[in-house]
Design a protein around this ligand. Structure first.
Ligand code: MSP
Length: 511
């Protein structure tokens, strides 16, 4: 039987500066969902990338005395290094400067022009002459240019427009008949009431005032401006309108497109209208998540209120960061990021609950049975409750993941480890050892390791390094999802591998 397919995307980020913890947030979440689907047997395509054109990047490069491409190449090298150290398993990192993307955008623009959905008009805006930039009223700071603080003046330039207004009724109808399209539901209501129903205006999709962009083929003093270039990445990456569109045929429409709440608007208005104009199906879901905030302010490049995420990874380990991003903030809401909270999550959940449990259990097995896993027929009165909880977890995780309640799914897996710690308190293995009650002791240690094995497999999508290390220490070969419905799958007469604590409690190392 052909595997079910799953296509998931993140936004493509601006490489105007190195990526920060906010970009890590979206990407780690998408990675965990992709890994979860792979674990469940789906054929997954996971796309992320960078949005490299625009005046801001052109200016940054000029300031540094390099070409825009040289400037972004450096940022992208760091970004790929960051994704690598965060364990991000993307299928493609698309750059809007990639040749195939450029070619597809040009074809899309041409097609829309040929069919009359793009037309020439003039763009009216507030212009800052020294910065050569157009601004809208709301972007101005104290009525002046937000970049240099100088006066702006009304100006107009020739530009191409996309007929967004033509698709308004179809869009409203689609959103109303597809309640799952915009999630969470609060964002759907906001989009409908604040932006779509009041009326859509045609969208300016080209510029002549700067050059760092994709040239319009039929009028090359124009470059394609922002959203047609950026949004098309989700289909150009799969080979749409190219010689080989097999990935496109297989994976489009996307199952899940994750974006931050500030760009939900573009993804639920411009993007679907563009797809309608291209006569393509719409993605099944756009999910707009909340922001990570530091001391009340959004983590952002312009505020510079953050450290390089690679420093956190070096100090606390990749899974401390992944775990924090996945667990701390309910997906959809805003949430705090701070080093104190990161350390506290690390110590209480990772070190105390999982790390301690695995280390205590393996130490006891090593001490009492030379590290050999065995089983006996003697039972304890606490086994049934433990086993029931462990075996019921996978279904609960699936239910949460179906609703993208990732923090809750993780908490539910941790319930296995918490229950194991309680089981140790209930059965007191050290007393059983003293009483030479070896059969009962075997049962207790087997049950603990069997539970830990299942817990570790369930953890694979979220904190893969830790999960794999636990499975390595136990030395089990049963590490696939289809082995977790039978509690007794854990092998006997195997000897555990060398082990050491997976997490050591940490103190804050940085002011
Ligand atoms: N290039 C556009 C997106 C085009 S998609 C076709 C862009 N880039 S960006 O660099 O500004 O990245 C924005 C995205 O990064 C957000 O939508 C979100 O996914 C992520 N985040 C950036 N800062 C964030 C937080 N402080 N908190 C959570 N996510 C954050 O917009």
């Amino acid at each position: 039987m052909e595997k079910k397919k799953y296509y998931i995307t993140t936004p493509i980020y601006y490489p105007s500066a190195n990526f920060h913890i906010g970009h890590c947030y979206t990407t780690v979440i998408a990675d965990s969902i992709a890994r979860y689907k792979k674990l469940k047997g789906y054929d997954v395509y996971f796309l992320t990338g960078s949005d490299e054109h625009g005046l801001k990047i052109q200016k940054k490069a000029e300031e540094k005395g390099v070409t825009p491409k040289e400037y972004v190449d450096e940022v992208i090298k760091n970004a790929k290094d960051l994704w690598n150290s965060l364990g991000i398993e993307y299928n493609r990192f698309i750059r809007t400067t990639d040749e195939d993307h450029v070619a597809t955008v040009q074809k899309i623009f041409q097609k829309l022009y040929d069919q009359g959905d793009i037309y020439k008009g003039s763009y009216e805006g507030l212009y800052c002459t020294p910065c050569e930039s157009f601004w809208t009223e709301s972007q101005l700071v104290d009525g002046k240019c937000p970049d240099c603080g100088r006066e702006v003046e009304k100006a107009s330039e020739e530009a191409y427009f996309f007929k967004l207004s033509k698709y308004q009724d179809r869009l409203v109808d689609y959103i109303e008949t597809h309640p799952e399209f915009i999630q969470p539901i609060s964002r759907k209501n906001e989009m409908m009431n604040n932006f779509i129903k009041p009326g859509l205006e045609d969208l300016c999709v080209s510029r002549t005032s700067f050059t760092w962009g994709i040239p319009v083929t039929f009028d090359n003093k124009h470059i394609v401006y922002v959203w047609i270039d950026a949004l098309s990445n989700y289909i150009s990456a799969l080979g749409y309108l190219s010689n080989d569109d097999s990935l496109f045929k297989k994976f489009w429409p996307a199952d899940l497109q994750i974006v931050g709440k500030e760009i939900v608007r573009f993804h639920t208005i411009i993007w679907p209208c563009l797809l309608m104009a291209l006569d393509l199906p719409l993605p099944k879901q756009i999910f707009g998540h909340g922001w990570l905030v530091i001391n009340g302010a959004k983590v952002s490049k312009s505020l510079g209120n953050y450290r390089d995420p690679r420093e956190y990874i070096k100090e606390y380990g990749v899974d401390a960061i992944r775990y924090y991003l996945l667990r701390e903030v309910p997906f959809g809401s805003d949430g705090q990021f701070s080093e104190e909270l990161l350390i506290s999550r690390y110590n209480t959940d990772l070190a105390n609950i999982v790390g301690n449990l695995v280390n205590r259990t393996l130490s006891m097995l090593s001490k009492y049975f030379d590290g050999i896993i065995t089983k006996s027929y003697v039972q304890t009165e606490y086994d049934e409750d433990l086993i029931n909880l462990v075996l019921s977890t996978s279904q609960k995780v699936d239910d949460y993941m179906d609703k993208l309640e990732i923090s809750e799914a993780l908490d539910c897996i941790f319930e296995i480890f918490r229950r194991c710690n309680k089981y140790i308190d209930e059965t007191t293995p050290w007393v059983l050892a003293k009483e030479e009650n070896k059969d009962k002791l075997k049962t207790v240690l087997y049950n603990l390791l069997a539970s830990i094995r299942i817990g570790a497999i369930l953890l694979l999508p979220y904190i893969p390094t830790t999960a794999n290390e636990i499975l390595r220490q136990i030395n089990t070969k049963k590490i696939t999802i289809d082995t977790i419905n039978d509690f007794y799958t854990l092998e006997t007469n195997i000897i555990i591998n060398d082990f050491k604590p997976i997490f050591m409690r940490v103190e804050k190392k940085h002011e």
